[in-house]
Design a protein around this ligand. Structure first.
Ligand SMILES: Nc1ncnc2c1ncn2[C@@H]1O[C@H](COP(=O)(O)OP(=O)(O)OP(=O)(O)O)[C@@H](O)[C@H]1O
Ligand SMILES: [Mg+2]
Length: 193
């Protein structure tokens, strides 16, 4: 049993670039991620981040045209990684694209990368104009109140962090993201696109 737990786990999906496949990807990755001890809130965060990355592939990578979006995920028992890749038009200036409120589409909010950053521990973007984009997302389950990682010091950590386990710093982001969490839909005027 112990040996099985140490084996790497992974998932790979190849999806036609269609808005309805955003939901397929988010549900599949969330089900996969549930192999790690993520809370429901964390699984929701992962869903939003995956939705944003896949939506970007569909909307920007392929400009709503035909293409394949590849979604891979894996974990080593401790940390989840998710990769969303397209072979679309690519990003000319990645740093600029990652700025909150930057969008090349005036009708969009430019918040996709900001949500990915807020909800995941690490976001890496590689892109080649004319060739495609790969977004990699990483997240570890947050230690919950009353649990401790084996190599963590005992509770004497004391007042340095009194609210650990009680705060939910992502809650306000999640509320903001709530209207964005299905498909390529958007709260507000963009929702009908
Ligand atoms: N896969 C991709 N292929 C090509 N360009 C991309 C891709 N992902 C993001 N971009 C570029 O990065 C910009 C910022 O992306 P981001 O998701 O932050 O905002 P948005 O998609 O424009 O708006 P929103 O996500 O709020 O609808 C996009 O406007 C687009 O120009
Ligand atoms: Mg986006």
């Amino acid at each position: 049993m112990a040996r099985r737990a140490a084996e790497p786990r992974w998932l790979e999906l190849r999806l036609p670039s269609l808005p309805e496949n955003v939901g397929v990807a988010r549900v599949a990755v969330a089900a996969f991620a549930a192999q790690l001890p993520f809370t429901l809130s964390e699984l929701e965060e992962i869903k939003v981040a995956v939705s944003e990355a896949v939506t970007n592939a569909v909307v920007h990578g392929y400009g709503h045209g035909q293409g394949v979006v590849t979604v891979r995920a894996g974990h080593d028992g401790h940390r989840l990684w998710v990769e969303v890749a397209d072979s679309g038009r690519g990003i000319a200036d990645i740093e600029q694209a990652r700025q909150p409120a930057f969008s090349t589409d005036p009708e969009r909010m430019g918040m996709g990368f900001a949500f990915m950053e807020a909800f995941m521990d690490q976001v890496d973007v590689e892109s080649v104009p004319g060739a495609g984009t790969v977004v990699r997302l990483y997240k570890r389950p947050r230690p919950q109140e009353g649990t401790r990682l084996p190599d963590e010091p005992a509770a004497a950590a004391g007042p340095a962090d009194p609210g650990e386990g009680l705060r939910d710093p992502a809650a306000s982001h999640r509320e903001a993201a709530a209207g964005r969490s299905e498909g390529t839909g958007r709260a507000g005027p963009a929702a009908s696109r």
